[in-house]
Design a protein around this ligand. Structure first.
Ligand SMILES: NC(=O)c1ccc[n+]([C@@H]2O[C@H](COP(=O)([O-])OP(=O)(O)OC[C@H]3O[C@@H](n4cnc5c(N)ncnc54)[C@H](O)[C@@H]3O)[C@@H](O)[C@H]2O)c1
Length: 704
């Protein structure tokens, strides 16, 4: 016969809601009745005595939550990992529980100070003893899980809690006999739910609805085929009965006021060790370093939020605050994640923010072979817009052709090692591709602590302007355009047909004529409508001067296309004197290269429109190279395409009437982009006015 099951309880002599450390306690301070609590506890005790031997630990004054013995520690065999309570209100319980375990002859393991872990409240053995489910997110730290694996010699599966009403794992998760599981899935993040689904077959998963979850149905004590709990709906009782469980309900409402019920009031202190089970923990930790104006620019907050939102946890190991206004700060942060996959997802975002591994922790990046042409190894590192370096043979190598959404290919050349960004489709079989996140860093300019100096042009950090601010922003853009032109820099414009419909065509033509534009990107439509306007004075059949539609005008754009097709190209039509003005006329006259990328909705198309989209992407990429600024004018399709292939460091101005488009385009997490929500025709006309003002000021200064 197997040894009897023993359960530890603590009578509620000193129980009360004395403080608030979880949402259930809110509004319940001193609202529980001690008599009713004693009566409910006695009933539970009575029921359990029938199912197991019940041991009692002496209640102590000043630690009212000691009644919740589940949080005393975690027992497996003769070993116990003692709790380290997160809240100081409960830390006073630790010595009493420690003394009890020692008196009973257990080997007591104690976690390092400041590493919270709340015992069997957050760590539940699979009832077959195959592994340990361990929760984190509110009370217990993920970093405690490797200790549990090592000391108890068992596989630990980490589950992240997301809903503060279910702050301990045992409030929403109850492993049952025969591999069944009673749980409330919305209390966990997506990764944890996947993990649960991988380990527990569907037929054995009993998911409860919110009404049962808030009645603490999962906070149940299971002994063989009996489950003791506060309350269950008829539906839940039926489902459990269908798979052979008997439910005993016993009201525990007074304890619910403190956020606990049947399971919280008990600790199973006999948990047999399975000889064939051994330690395994998938939890991983890495130390990263952040540098810059960490507080002013908010990088530290963003990095820590990102770790938590990504399903990890952190410990700030040190923080050196820059002493002067101009000096930068640095921080070392230990990042912990429940698995390699989660760690990689968090790390790739931290790398994008400029985080680097500590010098002593850095090792060469990992390379894997592309399995076939156009296909990267599964775990390939996805590139970002930021300048990137990789460590190969102990040497940092700058990645060439930086762009987002590519892979990094490393090659040996006679001149040494090289690394370049490659689109998936350009990978050759056998290419050596960087995988994972080790040995990779991005080189970031420290984010400014004062993003809007008044004298100098400065783009708002990924800001989107309101109408009120448009004029000011246009003034700054004009200033910058002028500066780039005078310094022989490069401005690329990407534009949609709305530029023509809103009367902006003449202004864009002016910019090209005056040398402010060095390359033009667009689609079939901008060229068709520009040429229609130049040849017939209409845009999509509307008279652009009078603003009325012209009889038969809807055919004008097709006639324009037909004419250009007859001449073979836009340039030829210009040379033959057929096109005598407009945006593309100016491009041809000034030798400004342009690329028109085709789309499914194109009429014609014009002979210049590149319908091979891979070729069109390459043409765009070639024209963007070396750009100092990109002006994106009312074309969501082409602007997003351009944004994806542009590295950080290039100033981007996105103009669109739709704030959502502007936000999407300017939200690159980069300080160099600005969004302007306005009519593109109005924007261009204001821009020309500002530029001519700058020119007159400049000429006046020269005359003086
Ligand atoms: N006849 C044709 O061949 C034809 C006609 C239209 C479009 N197209 C093609 O379809 C593709 C997509 O066209 P697209 O780039 O025009 O569409 P798009 O939807 O990608 O972008 C248009 C953008 O303009 C914005 N917008 C609308 N009115 C505005 C205003 N007054 N001021 C500022 N922004 C304004 C919209 O919010 C939108 O984001 C392109 O390749 C284009 O060449 C072809």
């Amino acid at each position: 016969m197997s040894a009897p099951i023993r359960i530890l309880m603590c009578s509620p002599d000193h129980y009360d809601v004395d403080y608030v450390i979880n949402p259930w306690m809110e509004g319940n301070i001193h609202k529980s009745s001690r008599d009713r609590a004693a009566e409910q506890w006695d009933k539970l005790h009575f029921i359990l005595k029938d199912l197991a031997a019940v041991d009692l630990v002496k209640p102590q004054l000043g630690v009212p939550d000691m009644v919740f013995t589940a949080n005393a520690g975690l027992v497996l065999g003769n070993n116990v990992v003692l709790s380290r309570f997160y809240h100081k209100e409960r830390q006073g319980e630790e010595p009493f529980f420690k003394a009890w375990f020692e008196q009973q002859g257990y080997t007591v393991f104690e976690l390092p100070k400041d590493l919270p872990f709340e015992g069997a409240g957050d760590a539940l053995l699979d009832r077959e003893g195959r592994w340990l489910w361990a929760g984190y997110g509110f009370r217990s730290e993920l970093d405690s899980h490797p200790y549990l694996a090592k000391w108890l010699d068992i596989e630990v599966l980490s589950l992240r809690l997301m809903d503060d009403r279910f702050y301990h794992l045992d409030t929403c998760f109850c492993p049952l006999a025969d591999g069944y599981l009673l749980y409330y899935p919305p209390a966990f993040d997506a990764y944890s739910n996947r993990l649960i689904e991988m380990r527990v077959p569907e037929a054995k998963r009993i998911a409860v609805a919110e009404t049962d979850a808030v009645n603490f149905a999962c906070n149940a004590v299971n002994v063989d085929r009996t489950i003791v709990m506060n309350q269950a709906s008829d539906d839940l009782k039926q489902r459990l009965a269908n798979v052979g469980f008997e439910i005993i309900e016993t009201p525990l409402t007074e304890f619910l006021k403190a956020g606990g019920a049947a399971k919280c009031l008990t600790l199973r202190v006999t948990e047999p060790v399975q000889a064939e089970v051994h330690a395994a923990a998938t939890v991983e930790s890495r130390v990263i370093q952040l540098q810059g104006h960490l507080l002013d620019s908010g990088i530290v907050n963003r990095a820590l939020d990102l770790i938590i939102e990504g399903g990890g946890s952190f410990q700030v190991l040190n923080f050196n605050l820059g002493e002067q206004r101009q000096s930068t700060s640095s921080a070392e942060v230990k990042v912990t994640a429940p698995s390699r996959d989660v760690m990689e997802a968090i790390m790739s975002q931290l790398i994008e923010m400029g985080a680097v591994a500590l010098p002593q922790e850095v090792s060469d990046c990992t390379l894997e072979i592309a399995p076939k042409a156009g296909v990267a190894p599964d775990d390939f590192y996805v590139t970002t817009i930021y300048p990137t370096e990789i460590l190969v043979k102990n040497q940092w190598v700058r990645v060439q052709n930086q762009r987002m959404d590519g892979a990094i290919v490393v090659s040996e050349t006679p001149n040494g090692l090289t690394a370049r960004c490659s689109l998936l489709r350009d990978l050759a079989e056998g290419d050596r591709v960087v995988v994972g996140t080790i040995g990779i860093r991005t080189v970031r300019k420290p984010e400014s602590r004062n993003p809007q100096p008044t004298q100098e042009f400065s783009f708002m950090g990924a800001g989107v302007s309101s109408e009120r601010r448009v004029e000011l922003v246009v003034e700054q853009i004009a200033w910058e355009l002028r500066k780039i032109r005078d310094q022989g820099g490069k401005v690329v414009v990407t534009a949609g047909p709305v530029v023509i419909h809103t009367g902006g065509g003449e202004h864009l033509s002016h910019l090209i004529r005056e040398g402010y534009v060095q390359a033009l990107l667009g689609g079939n439509a901008i060229a068709v409508h520009d040429i229609e306007q130049s040849m017939m004075g209409t845009s999509l059949g509307m008279d652009m001067k009078r603003g009325v539609s012209v009889r038969g005008g809807h055919r004008h754009h097709l006639k324009a296309i037909n004419t250009v097709r007859r001449y073979g190209s836009i340039a030829e039509a210009v040379h033959q004197g057929v096109i005598t003005g407009g945006i593309f006329y100016e491009c041809v006259q000034k030798n400004i290269p342009f690329s028109l990328a085709g789309s499914i909705r194109d009429d014609g198309p014009l002979p210049d429109t590149q319908m091979d989209l891979i070729q069109a992407q390459s043409d765009y990429a070639r024209l963007i190279e070396g750009a100092d600024m990109i002006l994106m004018l009312s074309s969501m399709l082409h602007s997003i395409g351009v944004g994806n292939m542009t590295p950080a460091g290039v100033k981007m101005v996105c103009v669109d009437i739709n704030p959502a488009v502007v936000t999407k385009l300017s939200d690159r997490g980069s300080v160099e982009s600005v969004g302007v929500v306005t009519d593109v025709g109005l924007f261009l006309s204001l821009l020309i006015q500002q530029l001519s003002r700058l020119t007159s000021r400049y000429e006046a200064a020269v005359v003086r």
